[in-house]
Design a binder for this molecule. Structure first.
Ligand code: ATP
Ligand code: MG
Length: 568
């Protein structure tokens, strides 16, 4: 059984067209009732939210039908693949809450099988060594409406092909000088059937097989057979592979050793607004320093989202909400952020933190005294209990919670006005202190001792409740505010413009001097908090003792949709 390594807060998976196909196969007794799916990443980058959709789908099918899921690294291109990526992919799949048990595979495990299979195809006259270069071969491919041209090497004898292919394997020839091709049909209406390349010479060490091989199978020659040899029953992939399916079937047909066939089912990949999903482009952002790394909290990678404070459940819920279809579309990133808020609302402890501090002196509160005020940890979860927050004569409030000359709609603190300090007291503004430039440096207030806990002593009302922290007992922290990495919905789809032209210059704002209540002192990296009235935050691994760093995961409300609403 695939098991869920997350917690008990579960996704209730909707039924989709792939589930229906699996159910039909089960009803017909196919594969003796076995369900085995796989997640097949190429280890050439970190996983992103699109991969999360595929992971949730593949592991989800197995969970739903009592099956299993393999993790397979499609490592057929040593020029782009690295162990760092293998490790990060395993970490990310586990973190999302899925477990492949002992079913970890690599396409490179099958290199010998694939080589032997290639020999079989040559012996049967179904593959040949082509001495032309890649450019010539591609020119001869033709177009969907015009048949291709047969290679002059197509009718080589089996003996010559065997000898040349062995020479390729032994490293006798230069890269690019020869390839092995399948002999299928240069006039096929399906371009993928026009004598596809099976092997190329590449004198690059492989992250697992070292320099054992100098020829490597192409992805198309490896993928379907790996599915077959692993015994995959349902091979779920994205729509662009639909046209490759006849080729995969052709290969498995040539193996001719059983009736069993993995069933390939295609679905539409996830596209997300304000996001790019191409690993090549993400690598460019990392390599050229546009972001701080693959796990930069602005990246759509799973590691970036984890560091940003997204939870596995929120990602799984999102994957379930967007569903699985055959139609390409664009999902709204707000929906992902909604799933994140929904989960964090249930689990994040509430604390008070002030990001843009304005000092308030409570002139009738004794100096040197600390009063502990009881605060609720999470109103959504009474079991989470309460904590004590120190209240002192000097506190901080948010600078924008005070206005010297408030407009009529402003109900927060202003001269002569009384407000509630959450969990503490009613305070009334008596004086504004400014520096020479006219900037407000302090606000003086008096408090009503009878309003302890923030309760009205005599039924009198105040129009607003502010969060605050003690100026002397709180912790100084750096807070990093993140916004969307791109300013347009479809950064990769802008005509004649590079996606990097649309990077959001305000995607990261660092606030070096924020103050947070002392209860967060011992918080572990990645722990989640709601800063009351501000949003959800999590502890960044860059934190050091005495100097925590918080990432804003999401604001409390969706600022972007509010803006959209305003303009419409
Ligand atoms: P590339 O092949 O360009 O390196 P890729 O995104 O296809 O990039 P893979 O490592 O091959 O990367 O992907 C692993 C699996 O994840 C594949 O089965 C693929 O179909 C799936 N996948 C990749 N991107 C998405 C996406 N945006 N939505 C859904 N599934 C995806
Ligand atoms: Mg791919």
């Amino acid at each position: 059984m695939t098991e869920n390594t997350g917690n008990n807060r579960e996704v209730t998976s909707k039924t989709n067209f792939i589930h229906q196909q699996v159910e039909k196969d089960l009803a017909e007794g196919k594969n003796n009732g076995r369900v085995l799916t796989r997640f097949p990443p190429e280890p050439n980058g970190y996983l992103h939210i699109g991969h999360a959709k595929s992971i949730c789908l593949n592991f989800g099918i197995a969970q739903k039908y009592g099956g299993l899921t393999n993790l397979r690294f499609d490592d057929t291109n040593p020029e782009k693949e690295e162990d760092e990526y293998v490790r990060s992919i395993m970490e990310d799949v586990r973190w999302l809450g899925f477990d492949w048990g002992d079913r970890l595979y690599y396409a490179s495990d099958f290199f010998q099988h694939l080589y032997d299979f290639a020999l079989k195809l040559i012996r049967e006259g179904k593959a040949y060594v082509d001495d032309q270069d890649a450019e010539t071969i591609s020119e001869q491919k033709g177009t969907p409406t015009r048949p291709g041209i047969e290679s002059p090497y197509r009718s080589r004898s089996v003996e010559e092909n065997l000898m040349l292919f062995e020479g390729m394997k032994n490293g006798d020839y230069d890269e690019g000088s020869r390839v092995l091709r399948a002999k299928i049909d240069m006039a096929s209406p399906n371009m993928h059937m026009r004598d596809p390349i099976l092997y190329r010479i590449m004198k690059t060490p492989h992250h697992r097989t070292g320099d054992k091989w100098v020829i490597y199978p192409l992805y198309d020659f490896a993928h379907g057979q790996c599915d077959y040899w692993e015994g995959i029953t349902h091979s779920v992939c994205t729509l662009e592979f639909e046209v490759h399916r006849p080729l995969y079937d052709w290969f498995v047909d040539q193996l001719q050793d059983s009736d069993y066939r993995p069933r390939q089912i295609e679905f539409a990949r996830l596209n997300l607004s304000y996001t790019i999903m191409s690993k090549r482009k993400l690598l460019e952002l990392v390599k050229d320093g546009y972001v701080k790394g693959w796990d930069d909290p602005r990246m759509p990678t799973i590691s970036g989202m984890r560091r940003r404070g997204y939870t596995p459940l929120s990602i799984r819920n999102f994957a379930d909400r967007i569903g699985v279809t055959k139609v390409e579309g664009m999902s709204d990133v707000s929906l992902l952020e909604h799933s994140v808020r929904e989960d964090l609302n249930k689990i994040a402890r509430r604390v008070m933190g002030v990001l843009d501090p304005l000092k308030v002196v409570i002139t009738n509160f004794p100096e040197g005294v600390t009063e502990d005020m009881e605060a609720i940890n999470n109103p959504e979860n009474p079991d989470d209990g309460t904590r004590m927050v120190p209240f002192t004569r000097e506190i901080y409030i948010e600078r924008d919670d005070f206005m010297e000359e408030p407009p009529s709609k402003f109900f927060r603190l202003a001269p002569g006005r009384e407000v509630r300090l959450r969990y503490a007291y009613f305070v009334k503004c008596t004086e504004v202190v400014k520096d020479d430039s006219g900037r407000i440096t302090e606000v003086h207030c008096t408090y009503d001792p009878a309003s302890r806990g923030g309760n009205s002593p005599d039924g009198r009302k105040v129009k607003s409740t502010l969060h605050w922290v003690s100026a002397t007992e709180s912790i100084k922290a750096e807070v990093r505010l993140y916004d969307r990495l791109f300013t347009v919905e479809d950064p990769a789809g802008q005509k004649e413009r590079d996606f990097k032209d649309f990077l959001n210059p305000e995607s990261l704002v660092v606030l070096p001097e924020c103050f947070i209540e002392p209860s967060v002192k011992e918080a572990e990296p990645l722990s989640h908090f709601q800063f009351e009235r501000l949003g959800y935050f999590c502890v960044d691994p860059d934190s050091v003792a005495g100097k925590p760093v918080f990432n804003r995961t999401v604001p409390l409300k969706d600022a972007w949709s509010k803006e959209k609403g305003k303009s419409s």
